[in-house]
Design a protein around this ligand. Structure first.
Ligand SMILES: *[C@@H]1O[C@H](CO)[C@@H](O)[C@H](O)[C@H]1NC(C)=O
Ligand SMILES: *[C@@H]1O[C@H](CO)[C@@H](O)[C@H](O)[C@H]1NC(C)=O
Ligand SMILES: *[C@@H]1O[C@H](CO)[C@@H](O)[C@H](O)[C@H]1NC(C)=O
Ligand SMILES: *[C@@H]1O[C@H](CO)[C@@H](O)[C@H](O)[C@H]1NC(C)=O
Ligand SMILES: *[C@@H]1O[C@H](CO)[C@@H](O)[C@H](O)[C@H]1NC(C)=O
Ligand SMILES: *[C@@H]1O[C@H](CO)[C@@H](O)[C@H](O)[C@H]1NC(C)=O
Ligand SMILES: *[C@@H]1O[C@H](CO)[C@@H](O)[C@H](O)[C@H]1NC(C)=O
Ligand SMILES: *[C@@H]1O[C@H](CO)[C@@H](O)[C@H](O)[C@H]1NC(C)=O
Length: 363
């Protein structure tokens, strides 16, 4: 009697697989139905002639469930069908660089196995749906370059595996939620080119794995949280074109063994450029331009030998009597590609190519 029982179990399993696979197929067809324009014929293979696991951009598990939908840069336009959430085994959804519009469907939050999500470079509108907090396996989220509005939801801080979050180039507003300080897994946090205001929450400077933190071009203000100067995991820190004020601490640089990119331009920073910056020995790009820094450029900055040095539009001084030593120290720097010094109070034995005029109205 064992055989019929086994057979019926097998039959039952088969019909389950078939039903689930039918769901996946229907979900893909619903996705296709949401696409109103497919000028490159990217979804032409999506028809009854072949199994859906062989449709362009689709990959399946050995069990025949869709795990990957990868249709980036196909010039697809239309709406993202909420039925996409029926692809219960989806791990990767890549819609990068298309022309999808409308809201991000809340149903996406049902994709519990999703690890990698890119909706970037589309025309999605509306807010980041609260339902997305259901994406407990998500490690990577690219939502950048859309027309998203509203705030950054506080629950993002509770995403257990998030390592890369890119929200750049939207119209997101409000404050950066302090709860992001709970994203202990996060390595890359890109918030540039939005409408964020208020201060950077101090707790972000304690994120143990943070390597890239960029908030260029927002409306942020206040001081740079002191902890950032001791965040040794940092590789890139970009705070340019906001309204940060205050001085750089006297030991700036000593806590940055891995920092190669530092962009603080276009703020209201004051005081001297600390010689200790040269302790950040990996630094290749340094911009302090368009601030209110005063005093001489420390010779150590020349010795540091970055590829790119932007100091324009401050109140830096140099005369025949001193202040040019950093340039001497730069002359033996083969790595140097560009240097900008205009709009300071540099005078005397200055190479004419570097200009010296201009005043800085922000100080
Ligand atoms: C494709 O197959 C489904 C289910 O087998 C059927 O309902 C549908 O009409 C078919 N579509 C075309 C265009 O043949
Ligand atoms: C996603 O799509 C973009 C654009 O087509 C492509 O460059 C990228 O490699 C894709 N990424 C993954 C992980 O599939
Ligand atoms: C994460 O994925 C695993 C399978 O890969 C699944 O068992 C688990 O339920 C998922 N977590 C969530 C929160 O859905
Ligand atoms: C966002 O909206 C603005 C104006 O509302 C429009 O000019 C722009 O093209 C839109 N961007 C995207 C990526 O759709
Ligand atoms: C971080 O998470 C803990 C536990 O969920 C919570 O009590 C705390 O308020 C959170 N921190 C922030 C800054 O939101
Ligand atoms: C960085 O850490 C050192 C040693 O713990 C401490 O002396 C220094 O004040 C800290 N700097 C900042 C800016 O917090
Ligand atoms: C940092 O740089 C300063 C001046 O260049 C130097 O005196 C100091 O010893 C350095 N500190 C560390 C921790 O490397
Ligand atoms: C800068 O260069 C001068 C002249 O070559 C040298 O005497 C001085 O020690 C250098 N300073 C630093 C900080 O390397």
């Amino acid at each position: 009697m064992a055989r019929p029982a086994a057979a019926s179990v097998a039959l039952l399993l088969l019909s389950c697989v078939a039903a689930a696979a039918g769901t996946d197929r229907d979900a893909l067809l619903a996705f296709k139905a949401g696409v109103t324009s497919d000028p490159t014929g990217a979804l032409r293979s999506w028809n009854n002639d072949t199994g859906f696991c062989r449709w362009a951009g689709v990959n399946c598990s050995p069990a025949g469930r869709v795990t990957t939908l990868d249709v980036g840069s196909r010039r697809l336009a239309g709406m993202l069908s909420p039925a996409i959430a029926d692809l219960a085994h989806l791990e990767l959804l890549n819609l990068t660089d298309n022309a999808f519009s409308g809201a991000i469907p809340a149903s996406l939050g049902r994709l519990g196995r999703l690890e990698w999500l890119s909706l970037c470079d589309n025309a999605f509108t509306g807010g980041i749906p609260a339902a997305l907090r259901g994406l407990g396996n998500l490690t990577t989220a690219y939502l950048n370059a859309n027309n998203l509005t509203g705030g950054v939801p506080a629950w993002l801080g509770a995403m257990p595996k998030l390592a890369i979050l890119r929200l750049t180039k939207n119209s997101l507003s409000g404050r950066i939620p302090p709860s992001l300080a709970n994203l202990t897994t996060v390595e890359h946090l890109y918030l540039d080119e939005n409408l964020f205001e208020g201060e950077i929450p101090e707790g972000l400077a304690s994120l143990p794995n943070l390597q890239f933190f960029t908030v260029n071009q927002n409306r942020l203000s206040g001081g740079i949280p002191p902890g950032f100067f001791n965040l040794s995991s940092l590789q890139a820190l970009a705070l340019a074109n906001n309204a940060f004020h205050g001085e750089l601490p006297p030991d700036t640089g000593a806590g940055w063994p891995n920092l190669f990119y530092l962009s603080l331009g276009g703020n209201r920073l004051t005081g001297r450029i600390p010689a200790t910056l040269a302790n950040a020995t990996q630094l290749q790009f340094l911009s302090l331009a368009n601030n209110c820094f005063t005093g001489q450029v420390p010779p150590e900055i020349g010795k540091l030998c970055p590829q790119s040095l932007h100091l324009s539009n401050n109140q830096l001084t140099a005369t025949d009597a001193g202040g040019w030593e950093f340039l001497d120290n730069l002359t033996s720097c083969d790595a140097l590609i560009e240097i900008f010094l205009d709009g300071n109070k540099l005078a005397g034995a200055m190479p004419s190519s570097m200009g010296a005029s201009g005043s800085n109205s922000r100080c």
